[in-house]
Ligand binder design. Structure first.
Ligand code: COA
Length: 148
């Protein structure tokens, strides 16, 4: 059945609750962990609701002292995937970043996150760096996309 998907700016608590449903994330991060990351920084917490249930999240913040905005963590509850939720979260982040004077979105993922890599390539992100790890699947992949 078709779901009504709504993206909202929301609280850390809700983002943390959705994070706990992401099967692929080994660590289920605490509220304190999220807070520490964004404390004192320009930040945006987005939550996706499907028929009023929180099922996706995206946490971004100003990481570098330049015109970039960093998309730090995102995920969608496995039951609600392939409904365009990541696409909607990223579209909202992009609009927000533009309105707040940022010129590009940056993101770090890894070789093992194939769905995310597919999405990033398809939606126009460019690769900027690979940071090798002991296991090649864990190599960090840095990407960016101009928004203005
Ligand atoms: C990556 C993730 C957020 C995608 O969420 P989603 O809401 O299902 O994504 P969308 O429905 O918006 O899909 C957007 C595009 O991503 C790509 N994509 C998503 N899932 C895919 C899959 N299983 N296989 C191939 N491509 C996929 C496709 O290009 C898709 O567009 P399409 O449906 O028109 O083909 C979700 O799979 C997830 O939470 N994964 C685990 C956590 C994770 O990897 N987070 C990112 C860490 S950096």
């Amino acid at each position: 059945m078709e779901k009504n998907i709504v993206i909202k700016e929301d609280s850390i608590e809700i983002a943390v609750a959705v994070n706990a449903t992401i099967a692929e994330f080994e660590s289920k991060y605490s509220k304190e962990y999220f807070q520490e990351r964004i404390n004192g920084k320009d930040s945006l917490i987005l939550v996706a609701y499907a028929d009023n249930q929180p099922v996706g999240y995206m946490v971004s913040y100003k990481k570098h002292d330049d015109s970039s905005f960093y998309c730090w963590m995102t995920g969608v509850n496995p039951v609600f995937r392939r409904l365009g939720i990541l696409n909607k979260l990223m579209r909202r982040l992009t609009e927000w970043a533009k309105q707040h004077g940022y010129k590009k979105i940056t993101i770090k993922t890894r070789n093992s996150r194939r769905e995310m890599l597919s999405y990033l390539v398809k939606s126009g992100f460019n690769f900027t760096e690979v940071q090798p790890q002991i296991l090649i699947e864990d190599n960090r992949i840095l990407l960016e996309k101009m928004v203005a």
